[in-house]
Design a protein around this ligand. Structure first.
Ligand SMILES: [Zn+2]
Ligand SMILES: [Zn+2]
Length: 388
């Protein structure tokens, strides 16, 4: 520790630093085999990014077809795989190759990292290792090239009808190998997806092969999406759905009647239309319908004189007033037991056929007897009308 005056003074901590190197190395090594909480990346973000990518591709594809709409349709048909392949290639070059993330994952704050460099404890604490060039190129070859090769081969084989050749033919064998290959690929994809749902790593088989894992691009910014708007939207959507379900169940007319009855005095409701003064052989509902359909009936002409709406097939409400069967029954069907009699304002809960000739045996029915005689008149009239 003797310092020569000519030498620059070494900081005191350098010796300490050298001394602890073996210990540090030991700790580093032991850390690699330690288990810690694993890095969790939201599955929904990863899946959303895939959907965004597909949407983007669809938009671009549509643009491409629009651009080609003036060309011969055979061009599009013959070179569809090539054109889509080129589009895919451009997208791959500008997204994954240049910035290690597809556009969808960029929107979801995700990027690919080289998971081979992140074994053990390094999964969640080490700095994200960028993708190697080999990984990127292999990814491009498998996704863009693989997709193109697959569609092209399928087209070729279907055009040549390899599936219908004899079983001993080598071309039929190739066809069957490809068929089963597709089956296995799909089965493994499903399996991979299930594993992905379980541990949240590697959305696709290709990602898994190449050990390209989607992680957060900015760790402090876990989620960019603001759910406030989405939530509001969903609440409104659910609310309107509920209303659409509910409104047909509510009888608006009935509600209106009920409201009018509670708010307005009964006497006003009856006298405002003057049906209480209508002759007994006239159907108040028929008059009401006529006046509501044509507004030119002047108010000063007494009801029942201007037009003749005698009761047809008389039915008596529980208040004692008679109406045509059709009129009163249609009111009951629409309003239930909320409909008030137009003459007295009483709720009509039940109706019964008016028996025309009833002997006045009961003293209580004196009023009704008056009605009955009217009913008999009416009946005569109605028969006269019907015979005409
Ligand atoms: Zn009527
Ligand atoms: Zn009545």
């Amino acid at each position: 520790m003797s310092r020569l005056p000519s030498q620059p003074p070494t900081p005191e901590w350098t010796d300490n630093w050298k001394q602890i190197q073996p210990t540090l190395l030991k700790i580093r090594r032991s850390m690699a085999s330690l288990r810690t909480s694993s890095l969790k990346v939201m599955r929904v973000s990863q899946l959303d990014s895939d959907i965004l990518d597909l949407e983007l591709f669809d938009i671009l594809k549509e643009q491409l077809w629009n651009a080609l709409s003036l060309f011969k349709p055979t061009i599009k048909e013959n070179f569809e795989p090539e054109m889509l392949g080129i589009l895919n290639l451009v997208l791959f070059k500008l997204s994954v190759y240049d910035s290690s993330a597809t556009y969808g994952s960029q929107l979801q704050n995700l990027k690919y990292r080289n998971e081979w460099e992140h074994g053990g404890i390094l999964e969640s604490i080490a700095k994200d290792a960028p993708l190697t060039k080999t990984q990127k190129i292999a990814y491009g070859v498998l996704t863009v090239g693989g997709q193109y090769a697959w569609t092209r081969t399928n087209r070729y084989i279907t055009e040549r009808g390899w599936g219908e050749l004899e079983e001993s033919d080598i071309r039929n064998k190739v066809y069957r190998v490809l068929q089963s290959g597709e089956k296995y690929w799909k089965a493994f994809s499903v399996l991979n997806f299930l594993v992905f749902l379980y541990n949240g790593r590697y959305r696709t088989l290709i990602d898994r092969f190449l050990s390209m894992r989607l992680v957060y691009a900015k760790k402090s910014l876990n989620r960019q999406v603001s759910f406030e708007f989405l939530n509001r939207q969903m609440v409104w959507h659910a609310f309107t759905e509920f209303l659409l379900f509910l409104v047909p169940l509510i009888n608006i007319e009935k509600l209106k009647l009920k409201l009018m009855r509670t708010l307005l005095p009964k006497s006003y409701l009856i006298s405002s239309k003057g049906y209480d003064k209508l002759p007994d052989n006239q159907c108040a509902i028929c008059h009401d319908n006529a006046s509501s359909s044509s507004n030119d009936t002047s108010a000063d002409v007494p009801l029942g004189q201007l037009q003749d709406y005698s009761v047809h097939n008389p039915y008596q409400a529980n208040c004692g007033h008679t109406y045509c069967y059709y009129c009163i029954q249609s009111k009951i069907v629409v309003f239930g037991d909320e409909w008030p009699c137009l003459r007295c304002g009483e709720k009509v809960e039940s109706i019964q056929k008016l028996v025309c000739k009833v002997e006045d045996t009961d003293k209580d029915e004196k009023e009704a007897n008056g009605e009955d005689s009217n009913g008999a008149e009416k009946d005569e009239k109605s028969t006269a009308v019907s015979s005409e």
